[in-house]
Design a binder for this molecule. Structure first.
Ligand SMILES: C[S@@+](CC[C@H](N)C(=O)[O-])C[C@H]1O[C@@H](n2cnc3c(N)ncnc32)[C@H](O)[C@@H]1O
Length: 225
């Protein structure tokens, strides 16, 4: 396993780590394994509980278990038996049980995750309804975290149909309602569907930029009085 990151710019050339199975590199929207590994190592100890309420292919769950942490993953459309069906806005967990919540939600309606009408991936990022849903997911994460528990939240801005949407800033405003800032990591985007010569040509000739990074917001729930 590579040594922990030391700066706020994280650039992982591949989703996976040699010799380990951490999530599914073929899953659309999969989180880079080393993003989870770095956050879990930094903010939790062995035996702590890590929760991912939008677990997808299970990257957070796999990374946490590999590092000797307890892990629970939930998703509206679970892809594995150890990921449990639940809406991230209503988790079947008691308040204050988790040390870390790692959440990499849909960033807009560009990828189809499921037909479940509760899926955030059906909500376009330019619309207020997306941020209402984000806020509800964040509120639930704050409920299940212990005092001083950490939230890691991945997101990306959107440029689509000639329109830029600052999804990161708008999401951060909502997260600040429940969490205090810890740090912001810039996570280089690799292997996106737009990372090919056709899209690069379009970006140059049509005057827009392809997304080169995602945000990884690190935040903390207030400590108990
Ligand atoms: C970007 S993917 C997560 C990727 C995951 N971290 C991985 O590495 O595989 C977003 C996930 O959020 C799930 N999702 C969307 N809306 C949800 C909701 N309301 N409650 C729970 N899961 C939801 C989708 O089914 C999808 O699996």
């Amino acid at each position: 396993m590579p040594p922990p990151e030391t700066t706020t710019l994280w650039d992982f050339p591949r989703q996976s780590v040699d010799g380990f199975r951490i999530g599914d590199p073929g899953y659309p929207g999969v989180t880079p394994a080393l993003a989870c590994v770095n956050v879990i190592r930094r903010f939790t100890a062995k035996g702590d509980l890590v929760v991912d309420s939008m677990a997808g292919s299970g990257t957070t769950v796999d990374a946490a278990r590999l590092l000797g942490r307890r892990a629970l993953g939930f998703d509206l459309a679970p892809r594995r038996p150890d990921i449990l069906p639940a809406d991230a806005r209503a988790l079947p967990l008691p308040a204050g049980c988790a040390h870390l919540a790692f959440i990499d939600p849909p960033y807009s309606d560009n990828l189809r995750y499921s037909d479940d009408p509760r899926c955030l991936g059906l909500l376009p990022a330019p619309e207020p309804a997306y941020y209402e849903a984000v806020e509800a997911v964040a509120r639930e994460a704050a409920r299940i975290l212990r005092p001083a528990g950490v939230l890691a939240w991945v997101t990306s801005d959107e440029y689509r149909r000639h329109r830029f949407t600052p999804v990161g800033f708008r999401t951060y405003e909502r997260l600040l309602r429940f969490f205090e800032p810890v740090d912001v990591i810039c996570l280089a985007r690799r292997h996106d569907r737009s990372g090919n010569p056709m899209w690069e040509h379009r970006a140059r000739t049509r005057g827009f930029y392809l997304r080169g990074f995602k945000y990884l917001f690190l935040m903390r729930k207030a400590a108990a009085e």
